[in-house]
Design a protein around this ligand. Sequence first.
Ligand SMILES: C[S@@+](CC[C@H](N)C(=O)[O-])C[C@H]1O[C@@H](n2cnc3c(N)ncnc32)[C@H](O)[C@@H]1O
Length: 192
Amino acid sequence: MPHDHHRHHRHGEAIEGRASRTYNRLARLLMKSQYRRIAADIAAAAPEGAALLDVGTGPGLLLRSLAAVRPDLRLAGIDISADMTAHAARNLADLPAAPDLRTADVAALPFDDGAFDLVVTTYSSHHWSDPETGAAEIERVLRDGGRLLDYDFPRAPFEAFADTLAETGRTSFRSPWSLLMKTTRFEAEKRR
Ligand SMILES: C[S@@+](CC[C@H](N)C(=O)[O-])C[C@H]1O[C@@H](n2cnc3c(N)ncnc32)[C@H](O)[C@@H]1O
């Protein structure tokens, strides 16, 4: 599960190898209700048939919850760690429509301009080594009026989006995990 490791790591990083296996195991064991809550929140914001990208998808469990509540969505996920995208592919293998999973850095997204209606990301943005370039890439792949939803620790680099997207909301995201994982829900829109 995500933990606030501010004091241990100052730079962005991929979660690989043994750490990715541990993360996959713990997330599958402990975090399903949190992904369900976030997926319900995203589902309420997603237009019918929307193309959605999950940045730093890790083991892909948010995509799994989204597919369960909104089978109409066209889902994609990227992670900088090939080990994580491999876990995601296994965790999502039984879905009727396979999400488009790729190994990539948020700072160089392998998608066309305007390809997505919605970009979401959970507990990942505080890992990005270059959040400003990541924000510019997210803006590029969003269609005009498309939205970003970032659920992350309050110290995540939300300000990196200020130059590229228009902030439309910043609230604390309440859940049974709030005490352990204080979470901010940051929302922004691509200017038309
Ligand atoms: C704490 S995990 C969160 C995974 C998943 N979103 C979740 O909520 O369980 C952070 C993820 O961000 C990925 N990551 C770190 N830096 C990244 C970057 N620059 N671009 C894309 N993914 C990145 C890591 O490899 C890791 O899988």
